[in-house]
Design a protein around this ligand. Structure first.
Ligand code: HEC
Length: 115
């Protein structure tokens, strides 16, 4: 029995260790990118190397990530408020976690600070 528990615990630890999670473990950046490509890419440049947004008034996500003071909390507040130009765009729950994990993943290491 003890061996079974040890084996099971080892398996769980192995599985967790292989999940693609961000530094703080909240949200899935790959899913966030999918969500951004489906919902945000019409206006924002969403990829790391993209600097020109389709809609020039929309900041590229890499630029958003590089803004000093952009943290999970700041993005979370932003996503729960209507966009200035888009009253219906509110992102919540898992979609918001994934999106935030993705945007924060665009920060270069020097900009990464604890929230
Ligand atoms: C119809 C075009 C459009 C779409 C679609 C859109 N945005 Fe925006 N977004 C804008 C514009 C324009 C601004 C700049 C508004 C301003 O600063 O007044 C903006 C600003 C932002 C900002 C703030 C940047 C900053 O530094 O203040 C964030 C973050 C953002 N958008 C995220 C998103 C996310 C996430 C999505 C998809 C879920 C999305 N946007 C979809 C047009 C859009």
């Amino acid at each position: 029995m003890r061996q079974l528990i040890a084996a099971t615990t080892g398996l769980i630890a192995f599985a967790l260790g292989n999940l693609p999670v961000q530094a703080d473990g909240i949200g899935n950046p790959a899913r966030g990118l999918e969500y951004a490509q489906a919902n945000c890419a019409g206006c924002h440049a969403v990829l790391k190397d993209e600097t020109e947004s389709p809609n020039p008034d929309s900041p590229a996500f890499a630029a958003v990530a590089a803004t000093p003071g952009i943290t999970r909390t700041a993005l979370s507040v932003f996503l729960q408020s209507p966009h200035p130009t888009m009253p219906n765009l509110i992102v919540a729950g898992e979609d918001a976690d994934n999106l935030i994990a993705y945007i924060l993943s665009l920060k270069t290491p020097a900009e990464t600070k604890p929230n």
